[in-house]
Design a protein around this ligand. Structure first.
Ligand code: AMP
Ligand code: MG
Length: 411
């Protein structure tokens, strides 16, 4: 069996993934989803020249002297069709369309009011404080490209374009299967020889966090028939993730079951620690990931291989977690021949990332991930001293936590 690099495994998996069909959702449900369509502005935004200030609008062109008679009031939401005569101004509110024959606005605080008249300052710039029609967005322009991940600002922009529902790539439904005679579902106290199936819940939460839709298949006991039956039941989903039963032990039936059901299996040893055995298969055309059973290895393998595939299937283009440079706050040694993904605790202080390890790195220890929020990438046969810079993959944004003060912005 070939041993391949993390990158090679990721590339091979992602090559097989194509975005799922779109579905129509209401605008709000488009948040954090990807639209497959280009969105073109149906009209100019703003739709007309309008006032940027509460003040007075007039024609700069026909200005004689610096006194104007105030004739009329125009609040936002109304229009005035009668032109404002030379020698006159109209009181106008922010957002109100500039009336015909006007080209300039002066804010209230820049004029002196004298009864029905206003006195203008010595110099007035033509066209000031007017927001021009279409200066934000021009009718016919592509405002949102196909393949855009929709954030609050895109949702707001789409609403300004009159959109109330739109197509987005469907959420991936992922069936999650735990395997092992030793497993019990949560809700019971472990009997002798038994442990609780925590992987299914970690993975389901990882799926939710990535925007997918988990479907729990429960636990398959360690027999070929039971494993086949559970896998078959999961084929209604788009993807499947299985933990445990994927090594070379006597009771490891996952690969055998996938093959018996007609799946084409690619089984690798991935050059990494934690994790190593990873089976990837297409079964009925659906991606199936068989991950190691050890909790930390399962979680890290999901991060590296399943999450990017899931995001790609939901139309995302940026599918990898950010990798940043961080200063080591304790030495890290990798004596082995595989790259080591050391669970670390990252914090952002004084414009830099700092990182500690979570201590004991045994892949069975779920607790090492509870404290951790990043993976320190340590090359084989490498020892890094305190203060050295290391690459860290950020798994979430808790590195920002513990910061109770208001960050000092430069403005
Ligand atoms: P396996 O890959 O099936 O040999 O499993 C390796 C080890 O991972 C087992 O001995 C269990 O301790 C642990 N394990 C497997 N599946 C789970 C699970 N669903 N939840 C928690 N621990 C598990
Ligand atoms: Mg097992």
């Amino acid at each position: 069996m070939a041993t391949i690099s993390i990158r090679e495994a990721q590339r091979t998996i992602l090559e097989k993934i194509t975005p799922l069909d779109p579905e129509k959702v209401s605008l709000f449900h488009g948040l954090n989803r990807v639209t497959p369509d280009e969105h073109v502005a149906p009209w100019d935004i703003p739709p007309s020249d309008n006032s940027a200030m509460d003040g007075y609008a007039f024609s700069h062109d026909t200005l004689i002297g610096n006194r104007l008679r105030v004739n009329g009031f125009l609040p936002a939401g109304e229009i005035r069709t009668i032109p404002v005569s030379p020698g006159e101004a109209i009181r106008i509110m922010t957002g109100a369309p500039i009336p015909p024959a006007c080209d300039t606005v002066l804010p209230m605080e820049e004029v002196e009011v004298e009864g029905d008249y206003i006195r203008l300052p010595a110099s007035v710039r033509a066209g000031s404080h007017v927001r021009k029609r279409g200066e934000d967005i021009r009718q016919g322009n592509v405002v949102i490209d196909a393949g855009t991940l929709l954030r609050p600002q895109e949702i707001g922009m789409l609403s300004a374009m009159g959109i109330t529902s739109l197509a987005v790539h469907r959420k991936v439904r992922i069936a999650i299967l735990a395997t092992g005679d030793e497993l019990l579902e949560p809700g019971s106290t472990p009997a002798p020889g038994k442990i609780i199936n925590s992987n299914s819940y970690t993975l389901a939460a990882q799926v939710l966090d990535a925007g997918g839709d988990p479907v729990l298949l429960g636990i398959a006991p360690d027999t070929l028939d039971a494993t086949c039956a559970k896998i078959r039941a999961g084929l209604t989903a788009d993807f499947m993730v299985i933990t445990g039963g994927v090594s070379v032990g006597e009771r490891d039936y996952v690969k055998m079951a996938i093959e018996k059901l007609g799946g084409t299996i690619t089984f690798w040893k991935v050059d990494m620690k934690p994790g190593k055995p990873l089976a990837f298969a297409l079964l009925d055309g659906k991606p199936v990931f068989a991950l190691p059973g050890n909790p930390a290895a399962a979680m890290v393998s999901f991060e590296l291989f399943v999450r990017p595939a899931l995001l790609k299937a939901m139309g995302q283009r940026r599918v990898f977690r950010p990798v940043v440079k961080a200063t080591l706050r304790e030495p890290v040694v990798n004596k082995g021949s595989r790259p080591h993904l050391v669970r670390g605790i990252v914090s952002a202080e004084n414009d830099r990332y700092h990182v500690f390890t979570t201590g004991n790195q045994s892949s069975g220890r779920l607790s090492s991930l509870i404290q951790g929020n990043g993976l320190i990438i340590v090359a084989p046969e490498t020892s890094l001293p305190v203060g050295a810079e290391a690459e860290v993959m950020l798994l979430d944004r808790t590195f920002e936590m513990g910061r109770l003060d208001i960050p000092s912005l430069k403005v």
